[in-house]
Design a protein. Structure first.
Length: 409
């Protein structure tokens, strides 16, 4: 019922005309973020960016480079929020190493673990449910990612029980998620000295963990990347309001970045009305549950395909990106163009900052040159970015945000 009310509120909310046609729009919506970042740079309270998205976010090539850039310049606030354990094969954890024992059942908004009935899910899009007592997971941080605050979010209830927590293989603590009713609970342990490792174990079966996080409270920037490979924004809508609200309250992001659109643009059949409804409802939902945290919407990046069925996945002209040859020519699926247009318009109407990823790559067909250059910035699938490409995207995002911050002064 609550999700339905949020959707109704989003679709019926008054809107303003969208007038921005440039690659960067309405950065004044981020003025509160710019002010907090400037204060952190001067030694004030640490700040937190929370990015939610698909594989571009999950892979951490872009967010990791953005994290490195900000932390080198403005101070290190720690690694941030992560999905619990190792939720899928090939899971990348830049800055930390994560291990997990057998005995956990994975829940997810999309992919493996997404079949109903799903457990309650939060911001990370994943959960881990202990199937036996003693199921454990551990996180080891690089020296640069040492932490003094550890937070664990789980579904509390009569059968949730206690989690033992051990830091640096020595100090032992306990977090009790027992509660008279089933509800999300986030518990935090602070340390007077920096820590490099944490290990947890469920004392009894049935505990469900939705996320965990490490921070450094001495100042600087934290950038959390919460992405689900292959997912669309509609899959994030499967998360639970109460869990998301509890995690937002515990992690307190100062800027929320939404980075979806590629998988919608590569869908066999794109429904623009349904996509716009989801986009509006999830923006409104995150605003309500976060208490109005500033948001930045990233338009879908330039990406190309050779798959003939995608030429007709939405109305509109197909943009060809190379001459016909011995193999199918590269083109931009028309749904991807439709996704960007909807993202831009909705951002303008709802008052979000908008960054046109495709324009900042160089415009239509830019992915071809990013792949085919001597030192590729994109992988051979013409969708995903190399490490060098991720660094370049991060640099361009932050350069535009710096201009917005300068204008706000």
């Amino acid at each position: 019922m609550k999700a339905a009310l949020l959707t109704l509120a989003a679709l019926s909310a008054p809107v303003t005309a969208a007038t921005c046609t440039g690659p960067v729009c309405d950065l004044d919506a981020l003025d509160p973020w710019f002010a907090k970042l400037a204060h952190a740079r001067e030694g004030g309270a640490p700040v937190h960016i929370l990015q939610i998205g698909d594989s571009h976010t999950a892979g951490d090539a872009i967010t990791g480079a953005w994290r490195d850039l900000l932390q080198a310049r403005d101070g290190n606030g720690g690694r941030g929020v992560l999905p619990p354990g190792r939720p899928y094969d090939g899971y990348i954890t830049r800055g930390v190493t994560v291990a997990m024992s057998p005995g956990w059942a994975i829940g997810a908004t999309f992919g493996k673990g997404a079949l109903a009935p799903r457990p309650l899910l939060g911001l990370s899009g994943f959960s881990m449910t202990a199937m036996k007592a003693g199921a454990s997971m551990a996180l080891s941080a690089t020296p640069a990612m040492a932490f003094d605050r550890f937070t664990l979010c789980a579904i509390g209830g009569p059968g949730a029980g206690v989690v033992t927590v051990r830091f640096d293989t020595a100090d032992l603590d306990r977090l009790d998620f027992s509660a008279p009713t089933v509800r999300p609970i986030c518990l935090t342990i602070r340390s007077a000295t920096p820590r490099s490792a944490v290990a947890i174990a469920a004392e009894q079966a049935s505990l469900t963990i939705t996320s965990w996080a490490t921070f450094r409270d001495t100042g600087g920037v934290t950038l959390s990347n919460l992405g689900v490979v292959g997912s669309q924004l509609a899959h994030f809508a499967r998360t639970d309001d109460a869990v998301v609200a509890a995690e937002l309250d515990a992690y307190k992001p100062d800027l929320i970045v939404l980075a979806f659109g590629t998988n919608e643009g590569f869908a066999p059949h794109f429904d623009p009305v349904a996509f716009e409804a989801v986009l509006r409802s999830q923006i409104t939902r995150l605003r309500l549950l976060s208490g109005g945290t500033p948001m930045l919407l990233l338009g879908a990046p330039d990406a190309l395909s050779r798959q003939e069925p995608l030429r007709t996945n939405a109305p509109g002209a197909v943009i060809g990106c190379e001459p016909a040859g011995d193999r199918p020519a590269l083109f931009a699926p028309p749904a991807l163009t439709a996704v960007r247009a909807i993202q831009r318009r909705v951002a303008g109407e709802l008052g979000l900052a908008f960054w046109d990823w495709q324009a900042r790559m160089g415009g239509p067909c830019a992915a071809r040159s990013w792949v085919q250059r001597e030192a590729p910035l994109m992988r051979g699938d013409y969708v995903h970015f190399t490490t060098a490409g991720g660094t370049e995207i991060a640099r361009r995002v932050q350069a535009d945000l710096d201009q917005g911050a300068a204008a706000a002064e």
